[in-house]
Design a protein around this ligand. Structure first.
Ligand code: SAH
Length: 228
């Protein structure tokens, strides 16, 4: 089992098919060990292009979805950016975002590095994410909060980028409110419960809020006040 080789092969595939485009996202994917964010018995499937179960009926997204979502948040997802994630799950997606906004190689060398805040409603998963982020060295770049992420996280708003990793019936209004008016970007799957869902990108420029449909997807349900 050579995970490093499989990771490179998967990345080559993503490059060929246009999922992996931006260098800093590719670097972050190479840096963060997905195998440390999944249950031990699934370790050898870390670089198979598939979602995997992480307990409590939830899943870690397939790696191509990480690329689709990070590429969509470009250029808002940059060194120094403040990021909000809804649905910490395993902590993997948050770690990839942290590696982009606060790259390991710049730690201690540069001052204005970014930070990721991730909200998780299931305390056991928040704990799983915390352990995974600690053992991989991302604990200082990611703050985990237990709560209803459809309310956003007012305390640290506005955010340059918001990443929702579960599908709801609508875009929660607090998330749009908490997005930076300076080109802030929000990505969220919206649609039916376990049915047809589409990935929506929201871009905020001053008073203007633009929405784009990026196509069909399949995510676990977003619960909470503005969820199911
Ligand atoms: N980003 C995760 C994938 C998470 S799956 C990863 O990289 O592993 C979606 C997660 O969203 C689940 O853990 C689920 O519990 C959580 N979730 C659903 N509704 C939520 C809400 N209203 N607030 C916070 N978390 C929520």
């Amino acid at each position: 089992m050579d995970l490093e080789r499989r990771k490179r092969e998967l990345l080559d595939y993503y490059k060929r098919f246009g999922y992996a485009k931006t260098e800093k996202i590719i670097k972050a994917f190479l840096k963060v060990p997905r195998e440390e964010f999944i249950p031990d018995e699934l370790r050898n499937r870390a670089y198979v292009d598939s979602p995997l179960p992480i307990g409590n009926g939830q899943t870690i997204s397939a790696p191509h979805m990480i690329f689709i979502m990070c590429e969509a948040l470009e250029p808002a997802l940059d060194v120094g950016a403040k990021v909000l994630e809804i649905g910490a799950g395993s902590g993997y997606h948050a770690a990839v975002c942290a590696e982009i906004v606060a790259p390991t190689e710049l730690l201690g060398k540069e001052e204005n590095l970014g930070h990721v805040y991730t909200v998780e409603r299931i305390p056991k998963l928040a704990e799983f994410a915390r352990k995974n982020l600690e053992k991989t060295g991302y604990a200082n770049r990611v703050t985990i909060i237990v709560g209803d992420g459809t309310l956003g996280l007012e305390d640290y708003a506005p955010y340059n980028a918001i990443n929702v990793t579960a599908a709801g019936p609508q875009i929660p209004p607090p998330l749009i409110d908490q997005l930076s008016p300076d080109g802030g970007r929000l990505i969220i799957p919206v649609g039916e419960l376990f049915g047809f869902q589409k990935l929506i990108l929201v871009i905020k420029e001053g008073e203007k809020v633009i929405r784009k449909d990026l196509g069909g997807v399949s995510f676990v349900p977003l619960k909470g006040k503005y969820g199911w």
